[in-house]
Design a protein around this ligand. Structure first.
Ligand code: FE2
Ligand code: FE2
Length: 347
């Protein structure tokens, strides 16, 4: 666990992290690294690690958030099922930057047949020298539901960061049953935690990080394309083939509850590697992080418009800006999807 006088674990699901309110605080979202650390992935891992180094050097963040699919224990592509080794390697790599980081799980961090389950991975990440992580409440769905409340030196919460496990697959728990979602018990937990913060500070606004997009992201995109002016385009594009969104077929309540609750103003996800869109819908800015993957999607190593990170800056006056940090010189800003490549095989 990151050992800093600024970080305190208040209880099983909450950290506070003191920041200097007189300077900007920069959070870098990185997503879908899909690191293999196996027999078949050496060349692509090298490219991914080099890309991460470049993006971190460019962004100079104060904190890094990995939004899932960080490791990829998928035998045909990585050449290993050993996600214990992968987690250790990832952690060593992230620790080398000496910047505090945190993470949520994606649907690939624990593939079927991999060495460790999420609870075991959680125990590994908790040992990271710069890692801020906890498995959270044991009775909740998923592993790693917790808050990092950024506070000022007086303990006033400036920005709650909610980390959520959007789980893996639906009924039966395997790939072909479709993607899962954030479950209702997690939604209740999240809203209760934020309501508590609201009691002390009615103005508080929160940001959330999880792997898979809510269905309302797709709904908003469709509305925007039809000319609905209530959806506000921010940046990026939907470039997955056939404008694909890897959403759950199960009804998730997270977005609608967030709208009702009114505290959550930002949601950051990954999962769809070629999508980089950010828009505001019903008062919530939903953002697909730029991704790093070289290994997951077929031929993605030849693709570049999506590759990078996403920089979230809390300005000294409390304003939040969200910007793409592209690895290369070109980014896609087309609102409609481009049908090129065969890149949407797996998320
Ligand atoms: Fe994914
Ligand atoms: Fe992924």
């Amino acid at each position: 666990m990151y050992n800093s006088r600024n970080l305190r674990q208040v209880n099983e699901d909450t950290f506070t992290y003191v920041i200097d309110r007189n300077r900007d605080f920069k959070i870098l979202q990185l997503t879908d690294l899909h690191l293999g650390f196996g027999l078949f992935s050496k060349r692509k891992d090298k490219l991914a690690l080099e890309a991460v180094r470049k993006i971190i050097a460019k962004a100079e963040p104060d904190m890094i958030v990995l939004t899932g699919d960080s490791i990829f224990p998928f035998l045909p592509k990585a050449g290993t099922l050993n996600n214990r080794k992968q987690a250790h390697k990832l952690m060593e790599f992230m620790d080398s930057f000496a910047i505090p980081y945190t993470l949520v799980f994606g649907n690939h961090d624990c593939e079927m047949g991999s060495t460790c389950n999420k609870e075991e991975l959680a125990q590994i990440y908790k040992t990271g020298e710069y890692c801020i992580f906890t498995e959270g409440k044991k009775n909740l769905t998923g592993t790693g539901n917790f808050l990092i409340n950024l506070t000022d030196t007086d303990g006033k919460v400036l920005l709650p960061m909610v980390m959520l496990d959007s789980n893996m697959y639906g009924e039966g728990g395997w790939f072909y049953s479709g993607f899962d979602r954030i479950h209702d018990d997690q939604v209740n937990w999240c809203m209760e935690k934020l309501d508590d913060l609201k009691k002390n500070n009615p103005e508080v606004k929160a940001m959330t990080f999880f792997h898979m997009p809510p269905a309302e992201f797709k709904e908003a995109y469709r509305k925007m394309k039809l000319g609905d002016k209530s959806v506000i385009y921010q940046h990026g594009s939907i470039a997955e083939k056939n404008e694909y969104f890897g959403i759950s077929k199960f009804h998730g309540t997270f977005f609608e509850r967030a709208v009702q609750n009114g505290i959550i103003k930002w949601m950051f996800c990954g999962h769809d590697h070629i999508n980089t869109l950010s828009l505001i819908y019903k008062g919530i800015q939903m953002t697909y992080g730029m991704s790093i993957d070289y290994l997951g999607y077929k031929h993605i190593d030849k693709s570049y418009i999506q590759r990078g990170g996403t920089l979230i800056t809390r300005k000294t006056d409390g304003e939040i800006t969200v910007k793409m940090v592209p690895l290369g010189a070109v980014v896609s800003t087309r609102v409609s999807g481009v049908k090129k490549g065969k890149n949407n095989a797996e998320e």
